[in-house]
Design a protein around this ligand. Structure first.
Ligand SMILES: [Zn+2]
Length: 487
């Protein structure tokens, strides 16, 4: 091997090692290339080992990878990366951030100081070290801005104004005028949001943006509702632009379960989870999915339609046209129809004792089951088995680390969760469930409305703005020096 090539190789190794000592050795070995080759091979192995150790040393409990997006300003990506880590870790030092984001400490110092000046970050005590000067911890400043979330379902419409830790400042709830016209339902959504904004006492300029979590199928990328309980006037309706115009805010739309997933991912039980399923069971059934730490959105807007998997091949007809869909037998309405079907066959039950005759609710069925009513208990058990069977199929397909269950059906009847879990363990592959945790949502009955607000948060801290909230960076700049909001 010519000496000239060896010299080139040596310069490469200098990047990893102490250049002065190597240069002295180089001058000694230049007269004997054979020794030099042996020496270089040892140094290469040492350099690779040092590099691996350096890489390992920056790994923390939070292993999320911040992926560079060349279409965005790299500095803005680093600023977003800082906001991600301060949210997930809740207290992080500049050294940890520089290791996690692969930046020099001086560059990190500049970016953290900028975010402090703008008001995005605040100090959060010191890192508990053994000796020497203690490192300062930083966290997201929850009061810097607010998020507006709306949840519209068949029964109720909710709106929340939350801080940047997703803590509710004000929540308003109204009855959804479900049987009225589309215009009446839309007006109710706007009025509920305005009531929450008033109750919060926060000016509109303090709100980053609004998110609407809607039952049924939605296309987040296009900002359109695809299906809202089969009401034809809602099909392909541009609800994102409607709300943006009527509430004078940047707005997005998110499917119920995908919003719930984002709340868990940033603020709940899935902070350090790479593969996650969020299963929502209420008046509809759906499933949000995240892989490699990122929310999955299909090209068409339709994905995770767990509710339209076939659970009972000869079961009742679903509104989608299929027979025996999970939603037709295990959603809130599906449960009521199963009870009605059994009563029509003459099976005795006390469900009618809890409300007006033939107008019993899901809550009445749960109460009857708790009081020992055999029919009500069997229907809820069967519901848990239908749900567990379909979730087990999803686990076999996707093998997630964590499955989170949420929604009104679970809120009211926790015994269904036990049946679901037993059925999953019985039916799913042991290899797929061995490391999979199954949990109940962190946010209870507020999961969906907080999930809509969490989708707005996702747009602040991630580069893939699939929700189309394009003017967030203008309202709440990460880069401009005078981007701090007043009051
Ligand atoms: Zn269906």
């Amino acid at each position: 091997m010519p000496i000239a090539e060896l010299n080139n190789l040596f310069i490469f190794i200098d990047l990893y090692n102490k250049s002065s000592s190597i240069c002295l050795i180089l001058s000694h070995f230049l007269t004997n290339p054979a020794f030099l080759v042996i020496f270089l091979s040892v140094r290469i192995r040492m350099a690779l080992k040092d590099s691996k150790q350096a890489e390992d040393s920056v790994k923390t409990e939070y292993t999320m990878v911040v992926r560079p997006n060349k279409l965005k300003n790299l500095q803005e990506r680093h600023l977003q990366g800082i906001l991600q880590y301060v949210t997930l870790m809740q207290g992080v030092t500049k050294i940890q951030l520089s290791n996690l984001l692969g930046m020099s400490l001086s560059s990190m110092n500049e970016l953290v100081n900028r975010l402090l000046e703008q008001g995005w970050l605040r100090q959060a005590g010191t890192f508990p070290g053994d000796r020497g000067r203690k490192a300062q911890l930083f966290q997201m400043n929850p009061d810097h801005a607010c998020l507006l979330g709306i949840d519209c379902g068949r029964k109720t419409t909710k709106a929340v104004v939350a801080d940047l830790w997703l803590r509710p400042i004000a929540i308003e709830t109204t009855q959804t005028p479900f049987k009225e016209s589309q215009q009446t339902i839309l007006r109710n959504i706007v009025q509920t949001a305005q009531a929450a904004l008033r109750s919060s006492g926060k000016p509109l300029k303090k709100i980053v943006g609004g998110g609407l979590g809607l039952a049924g199928q939605v296309d987040e990328r296009a900002g359109r509702c695809l299906n809202f309980f089969s009401k034809p006037e809602w099909n392909d309706f541009p609800i994102q632009s409607y709300l943006s115009e009527h509430l004078n805010l940047p707005f997005l739309i998110v499917g119920w379960s995908r919003g719930g997933l984002l709340a868990e991912k940033w603020f709940g039980k899935a902070r350090n989870v790479q593969s996650l399923l969020f299963v929502h069971i209420g008046s509809t059934i759906s499933m949000g999915m995240a892989f490699n730490g990122s929310l999955y959105l299909s090209a068409s807007g339709v994905s995770g339609e767990l509710g339209h998997m076939t659970a009972k091949p000869n079961g009742p007809r679903c509104y989608c046209g299929n027979q025996g869909c999970l939603e037709a037998v295990a959603s809130e309405n599906g449960i009521l129809e199963q009870v009605a079907s059994a009563l029509s066959e003459g099976i005795q039950s006390r469900v009618n004792d809890y409300g007006r005759k033939d107008n019993y609710t899901y809550e009445d069925v749960v109460q009857a089951a708790n009081d020992g009513d055999k029919l009500a208990f069997q229907v809820l058990e069967q519901t848990g088995e239908y749900l567990g069977t379909c979730v087990a199929d999803a686990i076999n397909l996707l093998s997630p680390e964590l499955v989170i269950l949420g929604g009104h059906v679970f809120d009211k009847a926790r015994q269904i969760i036990r049946t679901v879990e037993v059925t999953i363990r019985k039916r799913a592959l042991e290899t797929a469930t061995r490391n999979a945790r199954i949990e109940f949502t962190s946010f209870g009955a507020e999961t969906l409305v907080l999930g809509a607000a969490a989708a707005v948060f996702e747009c602040i801290v991630t580069p893939n703005n699939v929700f189309g909230l394009t003017d967030i960076s203008e309202r709440f700049p990460l880069q401009k020096e005078n981007g701090r909001l007043e009051g």
